[in-house]
Design a protein around this ligand. Structure first.
Ligand code: DUC
Ligand code: ZN
Ligand code: ZN
Length: 465
């Protein structure tokens, strides 16, 4: 007797498509096949895709974001939206504040997440203050404890690491086999242009994009790749927005370097002109790197199609719009520099890629599964427990209706923000059921479980390290 059987669906993994039933026991996939016998609960998946639950490996939740600014999501609302959008695991960042010990930082995030989550979660560290103590003791200890990836920044006051510190961090990654993620934009180009625009009175949100041109991203990406090559470590270039940067990653990969790339929905369906909105409307689209142009969108699709990008993440970094603690902070009206930087997307990521990618024939269903789930699990040390449909894996499953046509509106996403940058997008296909370790969490767009079922996942070393 099984707990659940999902019957009659079309199952897809990163490599295969097959019609079969899935039997689940104790939260794990126990059998695949037909005529599997009895179960307490039978779910009819006829005419549906049955896919591994999405894994979103780039999410910001409850992260300090500057004086007077508050992120729109806590762990409850972010994982709720994630589950409604077909995800079963998310990987938020844990920010080390200046002078803070990594252990103190991580404990604070665990406390925020405890008992709140609808999906499983795991954490990447953000290393902002790589002191000898942090590099010599704290970071290696955390990697041993299952925090096997961390992000560093090449830009932002208080976060940017110079090349010397980047190499020091990479040396620790080499020793511990942790995976480094990097935010690659040239700090001084952005500082210079920001000053210039402000001097000229060009302070509207649209100048956020102009102050962070493609060349700032391309240059930093090439430098990051060079430092990773020197240090002999794998490197994930996160949130890639344009062709020139994609081509740097492609060249590195063709040379056999272990360089990986990530892109996000905003680089497929938004452009810089979205920041043009009158008054402060453009602030809704302020994120970094900024959305670019149609050729950049095309390049990001090519990157996904041609394995330059192995993961597609949301970079969910949510602020409310109509809120003095969000996008409409009074300081933001004085300059784009002060507009909270980031946009929501954890709930919209999968439907956008399914609709724009699979349904419009740009990628097939296997690629969809690879870049939204399997590759995240492999990259970040969760495979094969997560990221596939196989006997013994966690029963993390999303059932998709490929024919449901809807116009995306914010209320469908159930996050803590008050808008979606993707409002009005026509979406074909939707995850109608999300199951986390055998338990149905979302059914027909509605929550079907209490919060707190999501658990923390310590991770193995990345398959790439
Ligand atoms: N980088 C991110 O990864 N997210 C939000 C803002 C940023 O700069
Ligand atoms: Zn970043
Ligand atoms: Zn981010």
């Amino acid at each position: 007797m099984y707990d659940t059987i999902i019957k009659g669906g079309c199952v897809a993994t990163a490599s295969d498509v097959f019609a079969c039933d899935i039997a689940i026991r104790d939260g794990k996939i126990a059998a695949l096949g037909t005529d599997l016998g009895e179960a307490r609960d039978v779910i009819d998946a006829g005419g549906r895709w049955v896919l591994p639950g999405g894994i979103d490996s780039h999410v910001h939740i409850s992260q300090p974001s500057g004086e007077g600014i508050v992120m729109a999501d806590d762990f409850e609302s972010a994982t709720r939206s994630a589950a409604i959008g077909g995800n079963t695991t998310i990987l938020p960042f844990c920010l080390q504040e200046s002078g803070q010990s990594l252990r103190t930082a991580i404990e604070a995030y665990h406390a925020k997440a405890e008992g709140q989550c609808y999906t499983d979660v795991s954490f990447h560290m953000i290393i902002s203050d790589p002191t000898p103590q942090v590099l010599g003791q704290e970071l290696p200890a955390l990697v041993r404890d299952g925090y096997t990836s961390f992000k560093i920044f090449m830009t932002y006051d208080g976060l940017a690491l110079g090349d010397l510190d980047i190499m020091r961090v990479m040396a620790v990654a080499k020793d511990t086999r942790a995976l480094v993620m990097i935010h690659a934009e040239n700090y001084d180009i952005i500082r210079y242009l920001t000053e210039q625009f402000e001097t000229e009175g060009k302070t509207a949100p649209r100048y956020h994009a102009s102050s962070r041109p493609k060349i700032a991203e391309r240059e930093a990406t090439y430098r990051a790749i060079s430092l990773a090559e020197l240090s002999d470590v794998p490197l994930m270039i996160v949130h890639v927005s344009n062709r020139e940067t994609m081509e740097e990653i492609r060249r590195a990969r063709q040379r056999g370097l272990r360089i990986y790339g990530e892109t996000c929905p905003q680089y497929l369906v938004l452009t810089e002109s979205d920041l043009d909105g009158l008054n402060m409307e453009g602030a809704k689209y302020v994120c970094s790197p900024p959305p670019r142009d149609v050729d950049s969108q095309e390049a990001c699709w090519e990157g996904l199609q041609q394995d330059v990008f192995t993961v597609f993440s949301s970079d969910h970094c949510p602020f409310r719009y109509n809120d003095p603690q969000g996008k409409l902070t009074p300081k933001g009206r004085t300059s784009f520099r002060w507009v909270p930087n980031g946009i929501p997307g954890v709930g919209a990521r999968l439907p956008i890629l399914f609709s724009e990618g699979v349904m419009k024939g740009r990628i097939d269903i296997n690629k969809f599964v690879a870049v939204t789930s399997t590759n995240h699990a492999k990259t970040y040390g969760l495979y094969p427990r997560k990221g596939t449909i196989a006997v013994g894996a966690d029963a993390d499953i999303a059932i998709w209706d490929p024919e449901l046509r809807q116009v995306l509106t914010h209320s469908m996403l159930a996050d803590g923000s008050d808008y979606t940058p993707y409002e009005g997008l026509e979406i074909t296909g939707w995850p109608i059921l999300t199951m986390v370790r055998g338990k149905v969490v979302v059914r027909d767009g509605q929550l079907a479980a209490e919060k707190g079922g999501g658990t923390y996942l310590p991770r193995e070393i990345s398959s790439y390290a």
